[in-house]
Design a protein around this ligand. Structure first.
Ligand code: NAP
Length: 262
């Protein structure tokens, strides 16, 4: 018998890829109402909603679709959550983009830099500010601690000179996690960073052959492509409060890529 008391999760960029995996996992838990956010791909968003509803099953939570660009529609997005549910328990800052063109550091453009900063860093930074205020005013639900989870990347520390702008945004997310972790601890809101490795999604589609070859030569100790479910399970562990005395923690969901060996 699933609990009637539902917490509310907003997952940015959850029409596809990692975000979709997270939305389906949370909906399937039976403890969450889920807001699936997308930028423009309504077909993918509807498909994600179907999958989430299927996972939720009878007695599961609601699933709402929310079009909104995190680089500019943040106030409308939080107003939507507030109007539909009157509360927010979990924000997953997942929406993110790679540069349209992978350009060498000596050639890359300011235009690409500005675009990535706006979507990957400024978006989640200020969305968290708005979300935190709604979370602070949401009465606690037993067993579901409030949390913000930021999806960064191994690019927060690994250098790729052909997408410096992307690396900068992910390094920024690492500091953003620490800042909000300290600021929101007094309100019982844990703030966490997940650093995925190479995950099989649309984002990595254009560089699939490159990473296939890297895995063939032993890129990571757990030497396979990461799957969206690998990240979703980590989010789920946070969402269900398995780290009650932690905040600001970084979870490496990367098959051990971060480990150095000699
Ligand atoms: P993806 O498959 O390309 O999906 C991107 C998602 O973000 C889509 O739902 C897209 O919506 C949404 N989105 C894009 N721009 C947006 C905006 N301005 N506002 C709101 N939503 C927006 O990407 P992914 O691979 O799942 O990546 C998700 C996150 O994980 C990103 O932050 C990425 O940097 C990070 N990450 C990915 C990998 C990897 O290997 N894939 C590794 C490390 C970290 P539409 O469907 O409407 O376009």
């Amino acid at each position: 018998m699933k609990s009637p008391v539902k917490a509310v999760a907003l997952i940015t960029g959850s029409s596809r890829g990692i975000g979709r995996g997270v939305a389906v996992e949370l909906a399937g838990s039976g403890r969450f109402d889920v807001v699936i956010n997308y930028a423009g791909n309504e077909v993918a968003a509807r498909e994600a909603k179907e999958l989430a509803l299927e996972a939720a099953g009878e007695g599961g939570g609601r699933v709402e679709l929310l079009q909104g660009d995190v680089s500019k529609d943040r106030a409308r997005m939080i107003a939507f959550v507030s109007e539909k549910f009157g509360r927010l328990d979990l924000l997953i800052n997942n929406a993110g983009v790679a540069p349209a063109v992978r350009a060498d550091l000596l050639e890359a453009t300011e235009e690409s830099f500005d675009r990535l900063i706006a979507i990957n860093l400024k978006g989640p930074y200020f969305l968290s500010q708005l979300a935190a205020k709604l979370m602070i005013n949401s009465p606690a639900i037993e067993g579901i601690p409030k949390a913000i989870v930021n999806i960064s990347s191994i690019s927060a520390y690994a250098v790729s000179v052909n997408r410096g702008d992307y690396c900068i945004t992910k390094a920024g997310i690492a500091m953003m996690t620490k800042l909000y972790a300290v600021r929101l601890a007094e309100f019982g809101i844990g703030v966490f960073e997940i650093r995925p490795g190479v995950i099989e999604t649309d984002m990595t589609g254009p560089v699939k052959e490159k990473y296939d070859a890297l895995f063939e030569s032993g890129l990571a100790p757990i030497n396979r492509w990461g799957q969206t479910a690998d990240v979703a399970k980590c989010v789920s562990a946070i969402a269900f409060g398995h780290f009650p005395y932690s905040t600001g923690q970084v979870f490496q969901v990367d098959g051990g890529f971060h480990l150095r060996s000699i």
